[in-house]
Design a protein around this ligand. Structure first.
Ligand code: FAD
Ligand code: NAI
Length: 328
């Protein structure tokens, strides 16, 4: 009997690969260092309801992804989000409506990863520190010193900086991953009581510490009791303030938010900050996925393509396709 396939990372890329392999009749086992699935598409439960601190929405442009998103919609995992969209640039804050379809998980972003994971076997709170090959099969070692295996193949579906060490058995793959620079993002959530009086539900922002803000309850299925806003700092601000204490990040981004909205803001009734160290690749690639098919080692993730949700899903599909192609 063939040993199962290990997938390290339960973000959208890892789950996309897992779904494809499972559908082809393969046994998969997933691992994630976090307590739940979703990676950068995860949602955080908080005193102000469930918050999408990472990916805010996604677009679907590739036909294959468009078809999949329609299936997700039919199953109630995602819904269209059509906010009162603004932009702040040198001309000030202005409405910026467009025709783009934007999707969000319902009732929270993490609904998608939870549904995709389904009943697939997974080890959470399990940080893989080593991927090594025995005589015929692969073994994984975790941070607690436990071994897992044997596995016939391994798919590394983590952000590039975390993939490099795990790919050391295939130096070409490791060096491709090492060449990818990923920028950080500081995310802050602020709740206001009473609700802010503004028509803005989301805004792209230029020339500020922020590059994005969104009113969480404008998304379908969210808890409307809380007026919670998610603010994202730009890559450059986040890099410059990487080690700033969370309270200071909250204060600075609260100030930047007031400037964008153009009015004094009350103190928030709830606040939190989260630092995404590897939020987005500094540039896009066209690798699809990385593979050493003879060895049985693969890598996928948003960094292999567009650095977006769609790129992560397509990259997972490509890793699975290459693995299945090699087994035929
Ligand atoms: P991830 O989601 O990062 O998944 C990798 C997983 O690997 C994680 O769960 C992690 O815990 C796990 N892991 C890492 N190392 C190990 C290890 N050693 N052992 C075990 N597990 C490990 N995209 C959009 O399309 N639209 C947006 O609006 C948008 N906004 C964003 C805003 C922010 C703040 C951030 C951070 C990202 C945003 N993105 C957005 C990007 C989008 O979230 C990502 O492209 C996508 O979620 C990446 O999926 P992935 O599976 O490649 O990686
Ligand atoms: P999209 O088409 O909505 O946005 C792409 C970009 O086009 C935006 O960043 C914005 O600059 C511009 N834009 C689009 N519509 C606009 C409008 N109506 N008015 C003014 N500007 C507009 O979505 P796509 O291509 O799927 O991109 C995903 C989004 O995710 C982007 O906004 C990107 O910045 C964001 N992202 C953020 C990350 C982070 O770490 N903060 C990581 C990865 C993606």
């Amino acid at each position: 009997m063939t040993a199962p396939i290990a997938i390290i990372g339960t973000g959208l890329a890892g789950l996309s690969a897992a779904q494809s392999l499972h559908a082809a009749g393969m046994d998969v086992q997933l691992f994630d260092k976090s307590r739940g699935s979703g990676g950068r598409m995860a949602s955080k439960r908080s005193d102000a309801g469930s918050l999408d601190l990472g990916a805010q929405y996604f677009t679907a442009r590739d036909r294959r992804f468009v078809d999949v998103v329609q299936q997700w919609q039919a199953r109630g995992w995602v819904a269209e989000w059509d906010p009162q969209l603004y932009q702040l640039n040198q001309n000030g804050l202005q409405p910026s409506p467009d025709e783009q379809l934007r999707w969000v998980g319902t009732p929270r972003m993490s609904a998608i990863s939870r549904a995709l994971l389904g009943a697939l076997p997974v080890h959470f709170s399990c940080r893989i520190t080593e991927v090594f090959r025995g005589e015929q099969n692969w073994q994984l070692q975790d941070a607690e010193g436990q071994s897992h295996g044997p596995f016939s193949s391994v798919i590394v579906a983590t952000p590039a900086p975390q993939a490099t060490g795990l790919l050391s058995a295939a130096p070409k793959l490791a060096s491709a991953a090492a060449s990818v620079i990923m920028d950080p993002t500081w995310a802050v959530a602020l709740a206001f009581e009473p609700a802010l009086e503004t028509p803005v539900e989301a805004s792209f922002v230029q020339g500020s510490a922020l590059d994005w803000l969104a009113r969480n309850r404008s998304k379908p299925g969210r808890d409307a009791r809380y007026d919670t806003w998610v603010l994202h700092a730009s890559s450059s601000w986040s890099r410059q303030h990487l080690d700033l204490p969370k309270e200071d990040v909250i204060e600075r981004l609260h100030g930047a938010f007031a400037e964008v909205i153009g009015c004094a803001l009350p103190a928030p009734s709830f606040s939190l900050a989260h630092r995404w160290l590897y939020a987005r690749p500094a540039s896009a690639h066209e690798w699809g996925a990385l593979a050493d098919a003879d060895l049985g080692l693969y890598a996928c993730g948003d960094w292999c393509l567009s650095g977006r949700v769609e790129g992560a899903w397509l990259s997972g599909q490509e890793a699975a396709r290459r693995l299945l192609e090699h087994r035929q």
